[in-house]
Ligand binder design. Structure first.
Ligand code: FAD
Length: 309
């Protein structure tokens, strides 16, 4: 049976969701807000584009209403989205509208129809069964590889959704640039992240300097955002951004499960911590045990030396 997916253009996590959606059935349909090109390579047969310019701004109830109208047309067996804040919110709206169960953060579907879900910030895997004919689920970020198939370009079908103003009561009205514009945290190949051990907002100066040399983004733990040292947009973790860089440098971060939930997609983790027993060492590929106020400037100095020679 058909499967319907919610796709945000240019979003790698939506492409990861498509890989899992292919395991659920065919043909694969996509509801796309914005640029709909290139999805055939990911197995999408039909792309549905809504003709309503109000949808260009994120409006969860309106996006869910569009999915609901497509469900009536396509009669899919499942609706899949990326397990992002938006994907989870839109599917929660859809579940409420249809009075259906919804499984967030799935990573695999078994041959017996069970779904494996990531729970408790990544410390638990759950085997779940969705008790409804129409399955609603999101795919946990960075847990499923976005793979392509030899698909032809998808057909594009435009439709006129039936949306009243009430669907737009909640919508994005403005985008504010983050103060640390540059490499985005979610897409950076290297992330230099700081925790309580950094000591103060000013202490992040040395992390910024190292990040600048590595073309890296600066991240942080929740303790740091709660203290007001960095904006919430820099927070990595269960209630922050999920990152998957080649290298994650955790400076003065203990490694709470809620933090690891956000960085376990990293290919390599380097921990810099004064405590040789810190939990982060269990997740780290490399560790330097020492005071980050000495270690971080020493790495920066060595990098500068290596580059000038
Ligand atoms: C519902 C919920 C959601 C949460 N979501 C998130 C989330 O999204 N992201 C997140 O990060 N946390 C989250 N948390 C909080 C999480 O549980 C931890 O409290 C937090 O991650 C700890 O931050 P930290 O590692 O910076 O601080 P601490 O746990 O206090 O660790 C500080 C570390 O710094 C080291 N250190 C101290 N001084 C130095 C020094 N000079 N040099 C080197 N190392 C030093 C210490 O040895 C220690 O390991 C959440 C909690 C809850 C309950």
């Amino acid at each position: 049976m058909a499967v319907l997916t919610l796709i945000e253009p240019g979003d790698e996590l939506s492409l990861q969701a498509l890989s899992l959606a292919r395991d659920l059935g065919e043909p694969l349909h996509a509801f796309v807000i914005g640029d709909a090109s290139g999805l055939g390579a990911y197995g999408v047969k039909t792309v549905h584009v809504a003709d309503d310019e109000r949808l260009a701004a994120y409006a969860p109830a309106a996006w869910a209403a569009c999915l609901e109208q497509l469900i009536d047309r396509i009669q899919p067996s499942a609706v899949v989205a990326a397990g992002t804040n938006r994907g989870n919110e839109v599917l929660a709206h859809l579940a409420a509208r249809r009075d259906l169960p919804f499984a967030a953060n799935c990573i695999a579907v078994g041959s017996d129809g069970t779904f494996t879900r990531v729970r408790w910030g990544g410390s638990l895997l759950e085997e779940a069964r969705i008790h409804s004919d129409l399955k609603l689920l999101t795919v946990a970020p960075h847990m499923v590889e976005a793979t392509t198939v030899n698909g032809a370009e998808a057909a594009v079908e435009r439709f006129q959704p039936d949306l009243d103003d009430a669907e737009f009561v909640v919508k994005v009205v403005e985008h504010a640039e983050t103060p640390s514009a540059g490499v985005s945290l979610a897409e950076a190949k290297v992330v230099v992240s700081g925790g309580r051990g950094v000591g103060s907002a000013d202490g992040f100066g040395m992390l910024e300097e190292l990040a600048g040399l590595l073309n890296a983004a600066v991240g942080c733990s929740r303790v740091v955002t709660m203290a007001g040292w960095r904006p919430h947009t820099d927070q990595v973790g269960q209630t922050g951004t999920k990152v998957a860089p080649d290298l994650y440098i955790a400076c003065g971060i203990s490694g709470a499960t809620q933090h690891i939930a956000g960085c376990k997609g990293a290919k390599k983790i380097l921990a810099i911590n004064s405590d040789a027993e810190a939990p982060i060492l269990a997740s780290a590929d490399y560790a330097v045990i020492g005071d980050l106020a000495e270690v971080v400037p020493a790495i920066t100095a060595e990098l500068r030396k290596a580059r000038s020679s």
